[in-house]
Design a protein around this ligand. Sequence first.
Ligand code: HEM
Length: 392
Amino acid sequence: MIDFTSTDVINNPYPHLAELRKAGKPIWHDGLGLFLAPNHRDANEVLRNKSLGRIFVPKEPSSEWDVFNYLHSDSILDSEPPKHTRLRSLVMKAFNKNRIEALRPNIVALTNRLLDEIEAKGGSFDIIADYAEPLPVKVIAALLGFPDEDEHLLRPWSQSIVKMYEVNPSAQHKEEAKRAANEFAEYVHGLMLLRKADPTDDLITELAQVEEAGEKLSTHELIATCVLLLNAGHEASVNGFGNGIVAAFQNPSEWEKLQQQPDEIATTAIEEFLRFDAPLQFFDRTATQDLEIGGVAIKAGQKIVSLLGSANRDEEVFPDADTMNLSRERNPHIGFGAGIHFCIGAPLARLEMSVSLPELFKRFPALELAGTPVRRNTFSLRGYESVPARTS
Ligand code: HEM
């Protein structure tokens, strides 16, 4: 059975996932003690079925994991209705299409600034460190009101916390996650108290005021929400961009499309980036009662995983699924999830990528990768550590 920690699977999971899909239904993974849903129909159903929930199991001993635990149990992502509905509706107001669209001029300005900095470097740069990463980090930090001078703290905190989402995190990763959770929560709490005393027009102020207004958001819920937004607001965006760029470079006809018609292709290209090599691959759900998925019986308490990247390569839904096609018209990928936990940040991620992708190629039409991209050694959150490139 597939080993999600093996280098072979991490380097290229797709042939292994294609093998899993051959069963045509969810399959039991003995080692992990859960079901895997590798095809599109079942993976989609796992995310939508109301008898399956995101049930967070607190880590033990609770005295050590206290903060990490509440950052999850009190967050939107790891709660279920009615709590999920209440938390999500408070945040949704800030992430509706109009408010996100209003960020466009800032995103364009930021993109141009990053491109200027890359140009000033004189030719060689790293697509991750110099472009894919700073844009979403700066955008989400500005939206929340996270101070510029401390932005460098966000990525390491987030990276330490998300290592816990991999299959079998090491003892060292557990320690780092605990420490990052404590530091991050303490920082956000301090910021929240500052904003309460001295309100501005950022999202932390807005959420802190909701808390004051009528106990709709407890202190822990507020901190957990801000931490989730700050993490989710960049983690997958960085990786989605990096994965897509590398795959496009390996497909010369698609790279050519990006060089020759960057604006025309942008909308379909970013969806294909997320379909072809999904930055988030593995999300589990727990059965709250007995049910069936794809004809397979799942008992109350059992877990089943929606394999997003595998679903996105399902031949039954995507013709030539293993071929990257940046002008693919019909693209019902589930890279942003589905059902009640569907990504809140999808409009923001789409806006950022639809600006940054064409602008990169317009500024540097002769862009090419230079050297071997370095993969991160993780399956669930799939991305590159670095992608060396040159501008001419
Ligand atoms: C390319 C970029 C992104 C991808 C591929 C992505 C993907 C996803 C997926 C698959 C889920 C659902 C997880 C599940 O069902 O268990 C999700 C949820 C979420 N995402 Fe994103 N995301 C991206 C960017 C963002 C951004 C920019 C934000 C900014 C705030 C964000 C905020 C969230 C939040 C708050 C949730 C939880 C929603 C809920 O539980 O109701 N994401 N995302």
